[in-house]
Ligand binder design. Structure first.
Ligand code: HEC
Length: 145
């Protein structure tokens, strides 16, 4: 036989647990909102970060430390028939001549923003401080000059 007096008390415990649960959820949501990593894909700056990570070693500021005449400056690109962001993305992914392809490290959907970024830089004649100071990944901003 259930004690009728126990019922409201049980409800009260349930309700306070519910409220505590909701509070915890709200807190978690707030923390997520604050600390959620910014969505990297699609942001133009992400191409710049990929470049710093995977290309700048051989192509500092769009140059070429291995083959001098094959830089990422507009004149050199056009001389090679590289005529837009897609062509740059393709080279980044599969390589060209002595340069290896970087498709594996760029990951799916990485080559396109990178190609677009490189092409934009070429059009702008590789300005000195290409990447805006937006910190999305601590490891990729170390050597921006
Ligand atoms: C290990 C050095 C190295 C790295 C890293 C590298 N490249 Fe290259 N890149 C080269 C060399 C060498 C060439 C010239 C290839 C040839 O024709 O033999 C080249 C050529 C190119 C060209 C053609 C340029 C021209 O004027 O013909 C493009 C575009 C290019 N690289 C883009 C990239 C991108 C984007 C990345 C980053 C994913 C990258 N490279 C990473 C060495 C590198």
């Amino acid at each position: 036989m259930a004690d009728p007096a126990a019922q409201p008390q049980g409800d009260g415990i349930w309700r306070s647990r519910l409220i505590a649960g909701i509070q915890a959820l709200l807190l978690a949501a707030l923390l997520l909102l604050v600390f959620w990593p910014r969505p990297a894909w699609g942001l133009p700056v992400e191409g710049g970060h990929l470049f710093e990570l995977h290309c700048a070693g051989c192509h500092p500021r769009g140059g070429n430390i291995i083959r001098r005449g094959r830089t990422l400056r507009l004149a050199d690109l056009e001389r090679q028939g590289i005529d837009g962001p897609e062509a740059v993305a393709r080279i980044a992914a599969v390589g060209i001549g002595r340069m290896d392809g970087y498709g594996a490290v760029l990951g799916e959907g990485g080559a396109e923003p990178l190609g677009a970024w490189v092409w934009g830089q070429a059009l702008a004649d590789w300005p000195r401080s290409p990447v805006p100071p937006v910190v999305t990944r601590a490891d990729s901003v170390a050597d921006l000059g």
